[in-house]
Design a protein. Structure first.
Length: 74
């Protein structure tokens, strides 16, 4: 599970929660070994496309230009 967490750039605790919630399939081999398939990890690790809502919020958070901040006209 540590390797899965490293690959997804999250904590082992997050991997355990994903398994408990059924978001990630895991296979037990003996009393201590738990494995996950690389294909399942790849399914979870996908690029995020920013939504229009995200882009609007992001532009609202950008710092004002020096002219806007000082009250000068551009």
């Amino acid at each position: 599970m540590a390797q899965a967490a490293e690959w997804l750039q999250c904590s082992v605790f997050t991997i355990r929660r994903m398994i408990e919630r059924g978001e990630l399939r895991a296979y037990r081999y003996g009393p201590r070994i738990i494995r996950v398939d690389l294909a399942d990890l790849q399914r979870l690790r996908r690029p995020v496309t920013p939504t229009a809502e995200y882009r609007t919020a992001r532009s609202a958070m950008e710092p004002a230009s020096a002219a806007e901040f000082s009250g000068e006209s551009a």
